[in-house]
Design a binder for this molecule. Structure first.
Ligand SMILES: [Mn+2]
Length: 309
């Protein structure tokens, strides 16, 4: 007899972590929602993030099935974190946003990371522009470019620059974790001049991810009503996660990423974006699986959460 619950993890069609595909009207209080933005035409390096939403959904199915089969809870051996099966209506996948690959301005109405931040700040603050939103970016890059001769004002290298210009953002509450490699001098000077805080990949190795995240949360949370997280998967060393546009080797380890998600997820984070996952550039699927696991760890305190005593 045909039974959906007995399908193997590589079969079937479903939302992130086997969640139902839902509509905006289905979103209730406290629900975690997933939205895909299959767009990469402003990526100045290797493209493929247009396949990210589909790839991350597919990569998450094996974990979704562990929940769905009702074999019991999953326990993270590193932390004791228990992952329960999400309650009905608590995890919803809204599918993919409409994109217009050749029209960045039109796509901006539904795109990441800058438009996602804009949308969140409008929804969260409304007309109360005295509120403040803290910003944490985990990335090998600053993305603080201004107007690029080739890519213009809106491209994947200017997202954080545009976010720094939003009225509810105080540069003193903007933090980067994991930046490494080389950057343009102009972006470095901008970061220094604006008083932005950044912890390099080397800082993570020297201080440890727990201490770096503790400091980052203190800075992003100081006087703010909410924290927004922007996660670029290229913050992870390309040895571990090559399925992305920019190949760099000074990044953090996968275990550090997941530990950071545990800590940031327990803080006042209300929205995140996850960018630059290009499944076509990693036939092992490791990058997409790591990305899906990062989302699970970040949302665990709200969604699946219980810490084993
Ligand atoms: Mn990056």
């Amino acid at each position: 007899m045909h039974q959906r619950s007995h399908q193997p993890s590589f079969a079937g069609v479903s939302g992130f972590l086997r969640s139902p595909l839902a509509d905006y009207a289905d979103v209730g209080p406290g629900a975690v929602t997933i939205l895909g933005a299959p767009h990469d035409t402003t990526c100045s390096s290797r493209q493929g993030a247009r396949f990210g939403p589909t790839g991350i959904r597919a990569a998450s199915q094996y974990l979704g099935d562990l929940f769905r089969r009702g074999d019991g809870d999953l326990v993270d051996l590193a932390t004791g974190q228990v992952f329960h099966r999400p309650g009905a209506g608590m995890l919803l996948d809204m599918g993919d946003l409409p994109v217009q690959p050749t029209d960045v301005v039109r796509t901006t109405a539904s795109y990441i990371s800058y438009p996602a931040f804009l949308g969140f700040s409008d929804a969260f603050c409304g007309s109360n522009r005295d509120q403040r939103i803290g910003f944490i970016q985990m990335d090998s890059h600053f993305d603080l470019g201004d107007i690029n001769l080739v890519w213009g004002r809106y491209w994947h290298g200017s997202n954080a620059r545009r976010i720094s210009e939003v009225d509810v953002v105080n540069p003193a509450n903007m933090v980067w974790i994991g930046v490494n490699g080389v950057t343009r001098g102009e972006q470095y000077e901008f970061a220094k001049g604006m008083g932005l805080t950044f912890f390099t990949g080397e800082d993570v190795r020297q201080l440890g991810i727990v201490e770096v995240v503790r400091r980052a949360l203190e800075i992003a949370g100081n006087g703010t009503e909410a924290i927004y997280l922007s996660l670029d998967i290229d913050v992870v060393d390309a040895l571990f996660a090559p399925g992305t546009g920019a190949v760099v080797w000074g990044g953090i380890r996968p275990a550090d990423l997941l530990a950071a998600m545990d800590l940031i997820g327990a803080a006042n984070v209300r929205a995140m974006d996850l960018v630059e996952v290009a499944p076509n550039l990693d036939p092992t699927e490791a990058t997409a699986r790591l990305a899906s696991l990062a989302v699970i760890h970040l949302t665990a305190p709200r969604l699946f959460g219980a810490r084993r005593p």
